[in-house]
Write a protein of this length. Sequence first.
Length: 703
Amino acid sequence: MNKKIQLSLVSLALLAAFPAQAEEPTLVEVVVISGARAATKLSETPSAIGVVDAEMLRRDKPKTMGDALNRVAGVHWNDLGNEQHSMAIRQPISTGSVYQYLEDGIPIRPLGVFNHNSLNEMNLAGSNGIEILKGPGSSLYGSNAVAGAINMMSAAPTRKPFAMLGVRHEAVAGFTRYDTAVSNTWGKVGLRFSHYSSRRSSDNWQQYSYGDKDSFTLRADYALDSGSQLRATLVRTDLDTAMSGSVFENDYQASSGKSLNSFTYRRDLTTRATVAWEGETTAGGNTTVTLFTRRNDHGQIPAYQIGSCSGNVCKGAQNNNHVSSRGIDIKHVQEFGWLDARLIAGVYIDRSANPYVSDNLSIVRDPVSGRYVSYTLASAAQPMGVRDFTTDIDNDAAFAQFEFTPLKQLRVVAGGRADRIQYDYRNNLAPKGSANFGAPNEQRSFGRFSPKLGASYVLGADANLYANISDGFTPPEVSQLYGKTGIPDLHSATYRNMELGLRLAFLGGALRLDTALYRLVGRDTIVSYTVSPGNSENRNAGRTRSQGLEFALNYDSKLVDARFGTALARHRFERYRISATQDFSGNEMPQAPRDMTNMEIGFKPMAGARIALEAIHQGRYWMNNANNVEYGGHTLLNLRAAYRLANGWELWTQVRNLGDRHYADSASSSYAGSGSYQPNTQNQYTQGAPRSVALGLTYAYGK
């Protein structure tokens, strides 16, 4: 049966089971921004959106962005150590450029320079909440937002004086962090400063794993006499961390905390600034004009590029990748007096420069321990080659979304975005056009219109049903085109998502259900194919299909609170033939757990006290494209406890991996499915942390 017909039949069945009522829904109390780029009732948003609010951030004090995101059903921030990470939202766990990371609705990086680690460029301490739009958001946010968009809202200045100081220490991890914040408003001017510094010493469970981060957010709000307002933000993040990297089969099974690396690193210095003006420009219309600039300075010797060993001499690389941007985002929201209609429209212009330098390394490996102990610059004749180029990236876009209510219970949303991305590539090496020195100078353009059509239907006072169909696309990244020896023949990947969702509230809103059924079909999906450890290349897979069910329950009462979120999914290569002898069509995609669950139950025995037990389950998945090497999955328990003392003091503790389970945050294999299978040279694991206890103390003045 046609899949669209199946979705329609399900919709009709649900409409029959829940006849429409005239009552106002209680779910409208939840307001989200990211679904329409404007404040919108959740019951009128035909998209799957997860929310991590300010109270949850304050209460649970997440160590990393992943601690906050992973409580949302269907969202998995995958820990690679010291805030380095990969992601899985309606896709396998990967480093692919299928997500858009936003701050107050503005991308934190330009298109074409996606970095799977870039959430570590955000200051979680300066956040007032996070919204996760699951599925394609390209109709509003452009390319890359094909599997999801994560929008972090900066915390506004407080009306009254506020100050906060916090400290935490985690001995097993060698981790210490300090948090500070001050805020106040004087007449028309409000200021807020939010900061944290973390240090991970070399004295911890894992070899070669130091990590330092300093991050601050400064926000200023100014109320103008005309009723409009100005908002300015400055965010700066400095990250200096080791890349512990992965280990092979024998070292992983020994569970020793071993690292094969002794010099790999990642250093990021990020600065972003925005100035936004917002005010009423027409009757019933509000305009926001945001000027932005960003600078990313990024240098590394990546652990994942070490490989192609001959005896005890291996190949690797070091690179410096910088981005400087300036741009403008103009958005207008116009309310109409008929059919409760609203138009959201705007333009986005981004001009970015991306200089990149890469050098080959010759790496010495210790024959006994297998550790990589030293390196020297290698000749340009090595297959990985050298690179020295600059790519200017122009991204121009126009978007519009129209919403109206043709029936009292029905809200219809239709919109789209037209994107044009141009790369102006200039090779600084000679001779140009050779395998070792990169491509000749060139210009490439990519463009596409990404439409969306959705509807939300009020089923009763505490229920609404929604459905949408939306498209997304992602062009090849600059690094995918120009970063390695050969220039691959890559073209844009396109995606189509069909989604049906249901939201219910029970017990006066104390118990809430949010579930979604989706199918995301990708064509020409850009995948990284591992030829051998340390040697991968980008290819367009012919067709992929991801489909699944996301299910979330949340309950809150005076004595007990609980949440349960799970995602059941299948991610397959519909068509992926890479050679005359290798055809992975029909196989499941690697690192694609069939089920992921995050659940927690909290008890509040007295005022100001809470203790909670969290369970995290990750299902089994294939480690390779051939589907014959498997990771068995894992289940972890975490414990949280906090008690508010008098006069603004709070004492708290967090126990991670309570059962001290042996597990991997990431598991992959380069075994192609034929020939000799050698686990200790083909299987690689990112080791999970053992049990650790964090103690924290926080003081807050004012609110």
